[in-house]
Design a protein around this ligand. Structure first.
Ligand SMILES: Nc1ncnc2c1ncn2[C@@H]1O[C@H](COP(=O)(O)OP(=O)(O)OP(=O)(O)O)[C@@H](O)[C@H]1O
Length: 305
């Protein structure tokens, strides 16, 4: 079977009078399998939206090739469009329409049944707001409505461009559940995000993007495993004397600052057992490497999501 997405060597340069030349996408290639939850993670301006818009067939690249479900997005074909669900970063709703009218318009465009529109509103938790005008919805509700509109045509491949940007943590978690459910139904999902934890929590594989390029692609766990970074164990100072700290640090490092002792070890189990038997667990914190450390390693830059 064809891959869900195959992208080869995409390039796009914007030319502005004030900004000069910006190489927004600078040789991007990747492949997404059917049924995958694929993330494109990168800071603001990395080129995620431009990449996604090209892949969706909304923007033409300067060069490069895109295949969606085995077909080129150009020229547009209704057969292919019907199999795609696109949620854009800034959704423009017809503000005078109600929620039901808005999604009804999308349902008509996709040739979907009225019942399907109601079902989607239910799925995203907006059924009781069906008669509310779109302009009255909160930010989170608008994001959910735009996802419902993207799903109404029952797409195989769903694109979500930073759907949780600017949402409060609770609304973000609710959307995570919704995105998981969409993928669990067998749909391929492509998500752009600048939230590390989001990519870590949702994606089967993540492409780390920076300055127009994809720097690496792997599963979140695979990235961290390959990094082979030590575990950082912190306890409150004052529970261990210097000699014991040095002894416990034998297979790693230890430093004391700001009232805490920080160990870096490759054998956290042994260290934690020793700390427990010393009764020195006050202020304990254990931190393993995460995608933030991976980003630093892969790009040579601190994460500034
Ligand atoms: N229409 C445009 N005209 C000129 N420059 C643009 C245009 N769209 C994007 N850019 C520039 O291209 C670069 C990549 O932008 P893009 O929006 O693709 O990145 P992004 O990773 O999606 O960032 P964000 O999270 O802020 O949307 C940025 O430097 C941006 O300023």
């Amino acid at each position: 079977m064809d891959a869900a997405i195959e992208v080869a060597d995409l390039r796009k340069t914007y030319r502005g009078r004030r900004t000069g030349e910006v190489r927004a996408v600078d040789g991007v290639s990747f492949r997404v399998e059917r049924g995958e939850f694929f993330g494109i993670l990168g800071p603001n301006g990395a080129g995620k939206t431009t990449t996604l818009e090209i892949v969706e067939g909304l923007r033409k690249p300067d060069s490069g090739d895109v295949r969606l479900l085995g077909r080129s997005p150009w020229p547009h074909s209704p057969e292919l469009t019907r199999r795609l669900g696109v949620q854009l970063q800034a959704s423009a709703f017809f503000e005078f329409l109600t929620v039901a009218e808005q999604i009804g318009t999308f349902a008509e465009l996709y040739g979907a049944a009225k019942a399907r529109a109601a079902e989607m509103l239910d799925l995203v938790g907006l059924a009781e707001h069906a008669n509310m005008r779109c302009e009255k919805l909160s930010g989170g509700q608008q994001q959910r409505l735009s996802i419902a509109c993207a799903l109404v045509g029952d797409p195989e491949l769903v694109f979500l461009d930073e759907p949780t940007a600017a949402l409060d943590p609770q609304a973000r978690r609710n959307l995570w559940d919704l995105m998981r459910a969409i993928n669990d139904e067998g749909r391929t999902v492509v998500l752009t995000t600048h939230y590390m934890e989001e990519a870590e929590a949702l994606c089967d594989r993540v492409a780390i993007m920076d300055a127009g390029r994809i720097k690496a692609v792997d599963s979140p766990a695979g990235f961290v495993r390959k990094l082979d970074a030590p575990t950082r164990v912190t306890v409150a100072a004052g529970q261990l004397d210097d000699a014991r700290i040095a002894e416990l640090a034998l297979d790693g490092t230890a430093s004391t600052a700001d009232g805490t002792v920080v160990f870096e070890t490759r054998d956290p189990r042994k260290l934690l057992t020793a700390l427990a038997s010393d009764g020195a667990l006050e202020g304990l914190a254990v931190r393993t490497a995460n995608l933030e450390d991976v980003f630093l390693h892969v790009t040579g830059r601190e994460w500034r999501g």
